[in-house]
Each structure stands twice: as C-alpha cells, then as structure tokens.
Design a protein around this ligand. Structure first.
Ligand SMILES: Cc1ncc(COP(=O)(O)O)c(C=O)c1O
Length: 465
C-alpha cells in the first residue's frame, strides 16, 4: 500500500492540523489527511495534485447540475451586487424569494399552500418537526407530538433531525434520539424480509408494524411520520411496491401527518421532478434542499399544505407571531441561485435527460450482478446502491471489521472515481447532467475497484467468496 501520510506543511497536513471533518474517523484523519479537491467541471473534479475523478456522488448527493454552471454563478453575482441580504421577518420580503416560492408551489407534486425557507436539509427537517408540533398545538391536540421515522433513515444533524435519523452514529455518545422520536423497520426487502416473504407480504408486515406501534403508543400521541421516498444515506433503499400505499392508509387511519424528506430525491433524481411522485406519496409537508440550488449555495425549503398552513397561521395570530426564525431564511442570494437552478431544470429538461440515462446507469450497474461480490443493485433514476456480500445465495454480509465497502471506496478513488461506501453498499448519485459516455466510464472504473476488492477478500480467506 502506498504511504498516504501527508508531507509536512502540505495542504493535507495543514488540514489535519486544523479542521474537524464530519462523518470521518477523526483519529485516522490526523494521520491520513484529506484528498484536497481544487476544481470541477461537469461531472469531473480535480485534486490539488492534478488527479481527475468522476464525481459519482454529486458531492454529497447534491451538485445535480454539475460543476461550472455559469448561470448559477452569474445569478449569485448579480444578486450580491443588487441586494446581498434582506430578511423575511416583520413583513419584509424581496423578489428572489417570492419568485422561488411561486415556482416551488407550481411544481409541487401535490397541492401545497406555502413555502418555509431554511439553509440546509437538517434545518428543513428540524423546521418541519417544529411545524408538526405547532400544528397539533394549534388544532387543540398538543399531546400529538411523537414522530416516527425509519431505522437507517437520514434526516440530518440538528438535535431534532438527528433524532429523526435512524443511524447509530447520529445518536451514539450524543445522548440522542430525544424522547418521542421512534423508529420502524426500513423497507429493505433484501435485508429485512423473512425467508420466502414476498415483497407484497413484506410491505404488509411493515405497515402492520407501523399500525401496531401507533396503537401501542396511543394514536393521540403520534403527530407525524417522516420518510425519504427512496432512502439515501441508509444505503439507497427503494421501498417495495405497495409499501407506501399501505403506510399511508395507516397514517390516515390514525390522523398522522406525512412529511416527505426529499432532500436527495427532489428535482429529477428519481426520474420525476419529485421522488414523492415516483413512489406515490401524498405528503402534508415536503422538505427539499441540495439540488434546489444544485448545492451552489446553502438553501432548503419546506412545503406545507393548506391544512397545515391554515392552522399554523391561526396559531401565530393567537400567539402574536410565528416564532420560527432564521437570519438567513430565504436569503436573497440563495433564493436567486435556486430560482435560476429551477429554470435550468426546466429549460434543459433534466427530468427527460435522467429518464434517458436511467437505462444506461441502472442497466450498467445491474450487469455487475454477475460479479462474485455483488449481492444486490438497487435504485431508480440516477441514484443507486450496489451491495457487496460474502454469500450471494444467503445474502450473508461480510464482517464489518473487514472494511470491505471502505476498501472498495478507496480503490475506486485510486481509479479516479468518487463513490460512497455505506457499510458494504457502494452508493452512486452522479450529477444529473452525466452523459452516456461518462456513465460507461464511471462503471468501468468501478468494475476495476470491485476486482481489486475481490482480490483483497480472497487474499484474506480463500473460501471467502
Ligand atoms: C434525506 C436527507 N435529509 C436531510 C439531510 C440533511 O441535509 P443537510 O446535510 O443539508 O443538513 C440529508 C443529507 O444528506 C439527507 O440525505
């Protein structure tokens, strides 16, 4: 293995000496340092040593329109020059946020009434949780506060959104989740179905589990269910057909609000403008971020339907103000960039492009099912997960201590491809502008990483795979 200890005074060493990194082993980072990315164009990024990578993850599932989108740069520069800041409190506003809200309401997957703006997916979900509580207080049921989400869901990292998340690493040693955040089995048939259980039966069992949980907790205490239409950071989990139909019937039965977390899935990612459309969800609130500005600038939006808005408006009237506020809510530069991004999605028919690329991307990855390590390939549109397993027949996973997924991730980087290992699932979420040639190249590079990983695994144990 090459020695990857940073040279003294190199940018890598200076980073290790000064920066705390998210979702990183902080101890390992002190010795290993980062890959320092310097520039990007289209689906490509270059590090400070001039090495090119295909950005197979659109950064963190976000830079949907790719690098070097001059229109977004110009929109930011123009707005900076004209009005770099104004806020929305106390009846103030500005054109970019008005136009952005109008456009979001036009394209919403189900009728929505108003838009609340925040700065990140986490803040969006945090706001949505707060709105859930406020809503139920407004309609005279303040005890309907519990919120249910999935194990392995990722909804962000503020205290409330980390509590919503179902990831061990978001909770461990942070004393989370807060009381009143509950988690149900993720709708992952490959991992969570019982022997011989059909997708249909699995979906029914999980909906029954949700129903039983709400009954046990008391329907008068459960306020909302949060879900990602397709779960991203949990390993790209696509719920089976009928799952959401059955879940939504349970939610209606107990009068529980549905919040669709579309931080990854909005704006074309799954082959429709919204993942809720792809997966048949009819949410009361919808949270989006990331692709909203193609990640060029932080912004998130929470869509709320008329049922929710009318109640919270009445409650704010009773109290005097709506007490949720961020200095940068609806920041004009962020709003101007997001408004321009939405124009680009429309003018360049990004949804049509995703649908045209989907067979090459999903089909190309599914060909890897022939590889001895690949147990499942799942995804829709331009998001996918490739799960590496020890035994393809029994779905037996590798011992996590072997670090098979992380090894594959590193080898992909060596071959000039950035992907993300979620345990032993390698996830892909390339910029939506990726073309057929780039998809082919991305998968070819991944295949090399897979072969290296197979060699590593066989080196550990001849009977391994
Ligand atoms: C589905 C989902 N929700 C929320 C978040 C949190 O967004 P942010 O990192 O912008 O706070 C993420 C981030 O990856 C996400 O994937």
């Amino acid at each position: 293995m090459p020695d990857d200890t940073p040279r003294p005074n190199s940018p890598e060493a200076r980073d290790a000496a000064s920066v705390i990194h998210p979702l990183t082993n902080l101890k390992t980072h002190l010795e290993k340092g980062p890959v320092v990315i310097d520039s990007g164009k289209g689906v490509w990024v270059k590090d400070i040593h001039g090495k090119d990578y295909i950005e197979g993850m659109a950064g963190l599932w976000c830079i949907s329109l790719g690098y070097g989108q001059d229109r977004l740069v110009q929109a930011a520069a123009d707005q900076m020059a004209k009005l770099p800041y104004y806020h929305l409190t106390n009846h103030k506003s500005h054109s970019p946020v008005i136009e952005l809200a109008e456009r979001l309401l036009e394209i919403a997957p189900v009728p929505m009434s108003k838009i609340w703006f925040a700065n990140s997916g986490s803040e969006g979900n945090d706001s949505a949780a707060r709105i859930v509580w406020y809503y139920w207080a407004a309609v005279g049921k303040p005890e309907k506060r519990k919120i249910i989400a999935h194990q392995r869901a990722y909804h962000g990292n503020t205290i409330a959104s980390a509590s919503l998340s179902g990831m061990h690493y978001n909770h461990a040693s942070f004393g989370l989740p807060l009381d009143g955040f509950l988690h149900v089995t993720p709708p992952h048939h490959y991992r969570n179905a019982r022997d011989g259980e059909s997708e249909e039966d699995f979906a029914t069992r999980l909906a029954d589990e949700l129903d039983a949980l709400i009954e046990a907790e008391g329907p008068d205490t459960v306020g909302a269910f949060f879900t990602e239409p397709i779960m991203g950071s949990g390993g790209v989990i696509v719920p089976p057909p009928t799952y959401y139909e059955k879940v939504q019937a349970v939610l209606r039965k107990h009068d529980v609000l549905l919040v669709s977390d579309e931080v990854i899935t909005a704006f074309g990612r799954t082959g429709n403008m919204f993942g809720s459309t792809t997966m048949g969800l009819e949410p009361d609130m919808l949270v989006c971020a990331k692709g909203l500005s193609s990640a060029y600038i932080p912004i998130s939006a929470v869509m709320v339907n008329a049922r929710v808005f009318d109640a919270i408006a009445a409650e704010s009237d009773r109290i005097g103000v709506f007490g949720l506020s961020f200095t940068y809510s609806g920041h004009p530069v962020s709003a101007a960039v997001a408004r321009e991004a939405l124009r680009i999605y429309k003018e360049e028919d990004i949804v049509g492009h995703v649908r045209a690329m989907e067979p090459h991307f999903q089909g190309g990855l599914r060909k890897l099912l022939d590889h001895p390590l690949v147990g499942e390939v799942r995804g829709k549109g331009l998001v996918a997960g490739v799960e590496l397993v020890r035994d393809k027949d029994t779905h037996q996973a590798f011992d996590p201590a072997l670090g098979v997924g992380p090894f594959c991730n590193e080898r992909a980087e060596d071959h000039g491809l950035i992907v993300r290992a979620i345990g032993d699932t390698i996830s892909f979420c390339p910029p939506l502008i990726i073309n057929q040639v780039e998809i082919k190249e991305m998968i070819a590079r991944f295949q090399k990483a897979l072969d290296d990983t197979l060699e590593m695994v066989r080196g550990l144990d001849q009977n391994a795979v």
